[in-house]
Design a protein around this ligand. Sequence first.
Ligand code: PMM
Length: 268
Amino acid sequence: MGVVNVTPDSFSDGGRWVDPDAALAHARRLVADGADIIDVGGESTRPGATRPRVQEEIDRVLPLVSRLAADGTRVSVDTMRAEVAEAALRQGAAVINDVSGGRADDAMFGVVAAAGAPYILMHWRAHSVTMQQRTEYVDVVDDVMRELVEQRDRAVAAGIAPERIALDPGIGFSKTAEQNWDVLAATERFHGLGHPLLVATSRKRFLGALLAADDGTLRPPLERDDGTTATSALAAAAGAWCIRVHSVRATADAVRVAQRWAQGQEAR
Ligand code: PMM
C-alpha cells in the first residue's frame, strides 16, 4: 500500500502532494513501483495535529480518489469520518482505512456495512492531540489485541462482514517506541487473530529514535526508508497481508524476498 497524504501537515510528506496534479503523478509512480493499493489521506494523524473541517477533508481527498479510480487503481481512503468515507466510496474508493477503528465516529460502521466495503480497523485510543498521553498498558500486546478484538466485534455486530475486516495494531498510536517494538515482535500473534493484518511503520518516529545520531538527534523522516524496508520484510515474513509505506519500490522488493524466503522454508 502506497501512501499519498494530501495534507499540508503530515509528518513525513506533509505539503508535498497538496497540488492535485502532483498528487496524481506521485500516486501513479507508486503504482508503477509496485503498490497494489493507494491510500489517500486528508487528515494528518501525527502526534499533536489539529483536525481539518469535514468539508475541507472531503475537498482534499475526492479529486485524487476519483482520478485514481478512473485509472483502475484500487484506492483506500484514510479517514475517521463516516461522511468522508461515504463520499469517497461514491467516487470509487474500494477500501476504508479508519485509524480510529470506528471509535471516532459512531456512523462509520453503518456506512461501511451499507457499502459492503473492505474495512481496515486499527487499534486507537484517542485523537492525535492526546494520544501520547494514553500509553498505559498492563501488557501492551495482550491489551492491544483485546481492544482490537472488542472493536472488531462491534464492527461485526453493526453489520460489517468479518471477512471484509483487516486489523492493524496501530504502530505509533498511543504507543511509546518500546511498545511499538513489543507489538511488532508479536506480529505473528496479531496475524493469528484470523484477519488480514496491516502493518504501517513507514518513516515513523520510533525508527528515527532507533537510528538516531550519536548526539541523540533523531534520523529525519525522509532518511528512515531503509529502516522501513527492514521492518517491511520482517512484518511480511511474520504474516502481514499489507504493508503501508510512503516509498514503495524497496518495500515491494522486500515483500517479494520475504515471500520467496518463506516458500523455501515450506519446501523443506
Ligand atoms: N499511520 C498513519 C496514517 N494512517 N493507517 C493505518 N491503517 N495504519 C497506520 O499505522 C497509519 C495509518 C500515520 O502516518 P502517515 O502520516 O505516514 O500517514
